[in-house]
Design a protein around this ligand. Structure first.
Ligand SMILES: Cc1cc2nc3c(=O)[nH]c(=O)nc-3n(C[C@H](O)[C@H](O)[C@H](O)COP(=O)(O)OP(=O)(O)OC[C@H]3O[C@@H](n4cnc5c(N)ncnc54)[C@H](O)[C@@H]3O)c2cc1C
Length: 459
């Protein structure tokens, strides 16, 4: 029986499994729903190409949900298919966590320890010894270069290093987790280098369907692999199945809002606000005619951070003949909701983002669309609420479905170490636990948090 069973070899799962198995006396089993190739050389080349996001209708490496929401279903999880953008939130982004343990200063050693920043590694707050290579483009595509010129002409500040300790708002080149024009996702940087450890086992194409409980203790998981069904027990179970599937697993196992569980015929093990307070970074794609962006090695080379908004001049073409400038709200104050529609594990969870943007958030997003239009001299129709609702989509940054906080906090599901309140032997260490919207894209934070939680488990 493994000491720790990790569900999901995604961004958090790869880091957690690697760190926990540093101790040869600790056995770790990882069950991953997607494909696990034996070595990095076996991974299809297009999945390693950072200029290619495998999110089209033909993609075989995705979990799909209503509202165009997708997640990676393969070793490395969403971190193996994402845009490689690797920006840390600024220190102020952690203030609202209201946690003494997870302040920016407490996380900084982990941010530093994970990275090998090839541009700014020797600057204060940076690292050169970590497994994740971080670089910025040196040869931007014409659209990215034009975006930077227009930001400068508008009097916006250029930020040399968006991951600098005191990086202010402004525009700059995106720190990217890539190496030699290949994605450097969490499987490549963390799991593959340790796959031959005798105390670490990673099994692919195995979907965990439910937790096995004995009273208030999680003792194992049920899984399905092709036509085979099985059960595996462990001393401790850590969910790293991502913000959708970790929450769905709790719900299917009887941990969640009582009314929802009863309506689905799921016996209630423990009432908890699972899925009730999640968040994302809603994004409007402002499209306009112009020379199509040249194909770049990455989807996003520059961003502008401005008033809780992030502006993203995408290099891929979404609509033929049009360029796209994304305007994303990075601190929405409403809440999205994740619910199960069925106890059947093959029915995807439902995510309702309609109440994520409050009136104040919509006003800010509207100002953002207006700034985007000013930057590119665009005439634009009325940006009213109807238009905003019709045109806003997900940044694919869903988080906070199982928020961390004290047990007496009505919105929290786990404690500061990711341990599920009221359940023994069960933790979560992925993006589900982040208690407030992250002020930047989540990838740098989720791997850092997993490393920090692993360090606490190891002591
Ligand atoms: C298309 C796309 C582009 C993105 N671009 C960026 C970007 O450029 N920068 C950025 O900061 N963020 C980006 N993100 C977001 C970021 O990649 C994710 O937020 C982050 O990877 C989430 O990490 P995680 O560990 O919580 O989940 P994931 O990385 O999604 O890992 C979950 C893993 O668990 C597995 N799993 C799920 N359920 C089960 C089950 N029942 N049994 C077994 N295994 C299971 C999954 O297959 C997956 O491997 C993007 C996301 C997407 C989808």
């Amino acid at each position: 029986m493994p000491n720790t069973l990790v569900v999901g070899a995604g961004s958090a799962g790869c880091v957690l499994a690697a760190r926990l198995s540093d101790d040869p006396a600790h056995t770790v089993l990882v069950l991953e729903a997607g494909q696990v190739w034996p070595a990095t050389a076996d991974i299809p080349a297009e999945l390693l190409d950072p200029g290619h996001l495998p999110v089209g209708p033909e993609s075989a490496v995705l979990w799909r949900y209503a509202g165009n929401l997708v997640r990676g279903k393969l070793i490395g999880g969403s971190g193996a298919i994402n845009g490689s953008y690797f920006i840390r939130p600024p220190a102020a982004g952690f203030t609202d966590w209201n946690s003494e343990r997870w302040t920016f200063d407490a996380l900084l050693p982990f941010f530093r320890g994970l990275e090998n920043d090839l541009d700014h590694g020797t600057d204060p707050g940076h690292g050169t010894d970590g497994p994740i290579p971080v670089v910025r483009t040196t040869d931007p595509t014409p659209f990215s270069a034009e975006f930077a010129e227009r930001c400068a002409a508008a009097g916006l500040r250029e930020v040399a290093d968006l991951n600098a300790l005191d990086a202010p708002d402004g525009f700059g080149r995106v720190p990217l987790a890539i190496s030699g024009n290949r994605r450097a996702g969490p499987a490549i940087t963390h799991l593959y280098p340790v796959l031959d450890r005798p105390n670490l086992t990673v099994v692919g194409e195995t979907t965990v369907t439910r937790l096995v409980m004995t009273g208030s203790r999680a003792v194992g998981v049920e899984w399905v692999r092709g036509h085979e069904h099985g059960r595996t027990d462990a001393d401790r179970i850590v969910l790293c199945a991502g913000a959708v599937e970790s929450a769905a697993l709790l719900l299917r196992s009887g941990i969640g809002p009582e009314r929802q569980l009863r309506a689905l015929g799921i016996p209630v093990v423990r009432p908890a606000p699972v899925g009730a307070w999640c968040t994302d970074h809603p994004e409007i794609g402002v499209e306009f005619p112009g020379p199509e962006p040249a194909t770049s090695t990455v989807a996003l080379e520059y961003v502008l951070e401005h008033d809780d908004l992030e502006f993203r001049p995408y290099t891929p073409v979404f609509t033929p003949g049009l360029r796209r400038l994304g305007v994303a709200h990075m601190r929405p104050t409403g809440a999205a909701e994740l619910t199960l529609r069925s106890a059947d594990p093959t029915v995807p969870a439902h995510i309702d983002q309609s109440r994520l943007l409050t009136a104040a958030d919509r006003a800010n997003l509207r100002a953002g669309v207006e700034l985007a239009c000013e930057l590119f001299d665009l005439g634009f129709g009325p940006v009213d609420d109807h238009w905003l609702r019709a045109n806003s989509g997900t940044s694919q940054h869903l988080s906070g479905t199982c928020r961390m906080g004290p047990a007496n906090d009505e919105q929290s599901v786990v404690d500061e170490l990711g341990r599920v309140h009221g359940i023994e032997g069960l933790s979560i260490a992925d993006l589900s636990v982040v208690p407030v919207p992250l002020t930047r894209g989540p990838q740098a934070t989720v791997v850092t948090l997993a490393a920090a939680i692993a360090a606490c488990y190891a002591v």
